[in-house]
Design a binder for this molecule. Structure first.
Ligand SMILES: [Zn+2]
Length: 133
């Protein structure tokens, strides 16, 4: 079965947010993973465990800035909405003091629908539709 691209799933997740809501862990991980170059430990640690830097006063900003490294301006601008959503997510966790590794993190990802255009909830064999019931 074919699933929609990460990019589309992320855009859909962001679109579905109501005012003041933030993205879930899996969506945050999928966004961050799109910027992983493997060489940055803050970025790597966040993508692999959900942990944010503990030796910092600004753990959220540290994670976000670690993603920007080595990324060109055009890519950053094209990913502006996703990065903004990630920024709110990180600020939320930072404000809650929730900067540790997250249980089950490595199994989390943005919810992806079957890649057959359909309204959410209308395709019986779509795993993502199923879990939204
Ligand atoms: Zn679906």
């Amino acid at each position: 079965m074919q699933y929609e691209s990460d990019e589309r799933a992320i855009a859909r997740a962001i679109e579905a947010l109501a005012d003041g809501e933030t993205i879930d862990h899996g969506t945050a991980r999928a966004i961050a993973a799109g910027f992983t170059d493997g060489g940055d430990t803050v970025n790597y640690s966040f993508v692999s465990t959900g942990a944010m830097p503990t030796d910092s006063d600004t753990p959220g900003a540290d994670v976000l800035h670690s993603l920007y490294r080595g990324v060109d301006a055009q890519t950053l601008s094209a990913s502006n909405e996703a990065l903004l959503a990630l920024d709110y997510y990180l600020e939320d966790r930072e404000a809650a003091g929730d900067t540790d590794r997250v249980d089950g993190w490595s199994d989390m990802w943005v919810l992806k629908h079957v890649d057959r255009p359909h309204e959410t909830g209308t395709l019986p064999d779509c795993f993502a539709c199923d879990t939204e019931d």
